[in-house]
Structure formats: C-alpha cells, structure tokens
Design a protein around this ligand. Structure first.
Ligand SMILES: [Zn+2]
Length: 116
C-alpha cells in the first residue's frame, strides 16, 4: 500500500508528535490520552464552580457531583483523543490495532475504499 502524499500541517501546541506506523507520515496530536496537570486544575475549578452554584441548596453535599463531573470530563477527553487518533493519510488507528487487528485492517480498507 502506498501512502497518499499529502502535506502535513503543524498543530498549534502539539502534545504528541510521531510517525504513523503504517504509512510513515508525520503526525501530531493536540491531546494526550491521559489528562495533564492543567486538565486536573481545570477539572478542580469546574467542580468548585458547580459546588459554589449549588451551595445555597446543598451546602458541602454538592461535592456528591464531583465524581460524576470527573467521569464525564474523562469520557469527553478520551473521546476527543480517539477522534484524532486515526491517521488522516492512511486511516490506520493504533488503538484499534492494539484491541483487534482485524477491525484495524477493516477500518484501513474502508478508508481506502472511500478514497476510490
Ligand atoms: Zn498513516
């Protein structure tokens, strides 16, 4: 399989830079799979804001929403990360390759069929 030669664009504030395992093109991602220190600070501020808004009704019991906010935030973050993961040049998704090689092959095949 020959990779489609397309220029790659530099992402502002790239968190990861690597080569695609299938086509060898340069890749950059703006998100990491795990939250950074900055993300933990953002989550803490968001939880504090929610608790402050609920304080008149729930006092400190507003903290009961903290784990739900945390889980929701992690799910959204990981979803955005997974959305960036497939290679735009060949369709290779390393997360699917680690889980199930057949699915990864099918996704690459579908990517190439869409180009035809
Ligand atoms: Zn690729």
């Amino acid at each position: 399989m020959e990779a489609v030669k397309r220029p790659w664009y530099r992402i502002k504030k790239a968190q990861m830079s690597f080569l695609c395992a299938l086509c060898g093109s340069q890749r950059q991602m703006s998100l990491r799979s795990r939250p950074s220190v900055r993300n933990y600070i953002q989550m803490t501020l968001l939880i504090s804001l929610v608790c402050a808004l609920l304080w008149p009704w729930m006092d400190y019991r507003g903290l009961v929403f903290a784990p739900f906010i945390w889980v929701l935030w992690e799910l959204i973050h990981y979803g955005l990360f997974r959305r960036q993961l497939p290679c735009p040049h060949c369709g290779f998704d390393v997360a699917w390759y680690a889980k199930d090689v057949r699915v990864a092959k099918r996704k690459v095949r579908e990517f190439w069929e869409k180009l035809d």
